[in-house]
Design a protein. Sequence first.
Lengths: 285, 184
Amino acid sequence: MLDTVRIQLAGRAPLQRSDLAPDFCEDEQSLVLDARYLTWASPLELAAIVTLAVTAATRGRQPTLLLPHNDDVASYMARMDVLEHLDGIAKIDKTVVTQSRSDHRSKLMEVTGVTGANAAAVTETLGAMAVERLGPRVGIAAFKSLGELLDNATTHGQSDVGAFTAAQLYSGATSGRPGFEFAVCDAGVGILEHLRTSYRYQDLDDGRVALERALENGVSGTPECRGYGLGDLGDAVTRTGAGRLILRGAGAIASVRLRGQRPIISRSAVVPAEGTWALLRVKVS
Amino acid sequence: MTPTYYVRSDKGFLSTRELGKTVLRDMEDRVPTDTVAVNIDFAGIVAMTVSFTDEFLGQYYSALATHGGRPAAVALTGLNEDVRETIAMCLERRDLIALEQQAEQLTLLAASDVLVATFALAQELGKFTAMTVAERLGITAPNANNRLKRLVSARALAREQGVAERGGKEFNYFIPALATGSRS
């Protein structure tokens, strides 16, 4: 059976692109996360690397992480606890010299495992961070959006692997783009399969369409009065200015520019992962 | 004294459906089942997600609308602008309304202009019948009854059975007393 053996993460924030191309072969025993040419890691890369490695290990495969040649990026991954999560479950090709850790709780959240038991507490911490650094209007909008994403990841996206989240506030000094980025990755059934549990979407078979539907108000696989989570997300952030939501899963990637009319742009993408990955970026002017 | 249920969190941010269910269960456990009126206080809450609010207040007000009985009056207090907006959004989606109390001022949340006008009249009248509302607003008695029924379901209005002028039964409606009091 063909399966993914190597995922190359190169350049700047590669998981926000649709052209991520894994290598396939008949070896189901290993998974190599090749981050040697990674030049910038957003919260999505950090959370996804951990989720991929933990998923592989849980499924009986041996994950290996090839760390970035760029020492700053490698150190950042260590600082954000990527290596700590992989300790004992993945081979890591080299040692990273870590510096003493300063308290940056108001600017970042290291990669954190999220479950139904701690999702509310994690969301609250992120909400306080967002409001403190972004101000009440933008911060509350960001809180509401990431709150829905985390809730989805730990309910609809529930699995034996769990979900992982990370967040970072950027001053703009290095990236040139001040803002707040939040990511959550789960290894659940995925949006397409979740929607198919509803009779209204049981014939849905296109991942792109599934992601687009999920971003509309009132769409859900659940029978109760739900389905407003991801639709609300865009509305909340749109009212405060600009941002972007990227959803990856079901063989597709969807990007919603959170401003004005909110056109949803979706593309097919080879996604070597179970579940759903989400990145929320809120711009700060 | 009207019991008050205080909705609280460490940093003022409430999220997840699971927590919404937990808070609802906690409120139902703490507020005596025979209480006539209850206040739900949100002072200190900075923001709530839609999902949390729907699982907490959406479910609560849905149950109130379906079942008669106590409490006869429910008021939300301590709402900031964002919390008010989130609650109104959730209630609108379920076609429900709620009563907010700010000091002595009572306001309906997620209510149509028609219900707002009816409630304003109710506050002016004190104790009244559906017929009085129909006459004052120039609407039919059934229409008045429907509006008052919605306000009673939302626990914004209370009613007690009385005797009609020509005999028979009729309801007397009134705004319930919602003074803050004991903590639940």
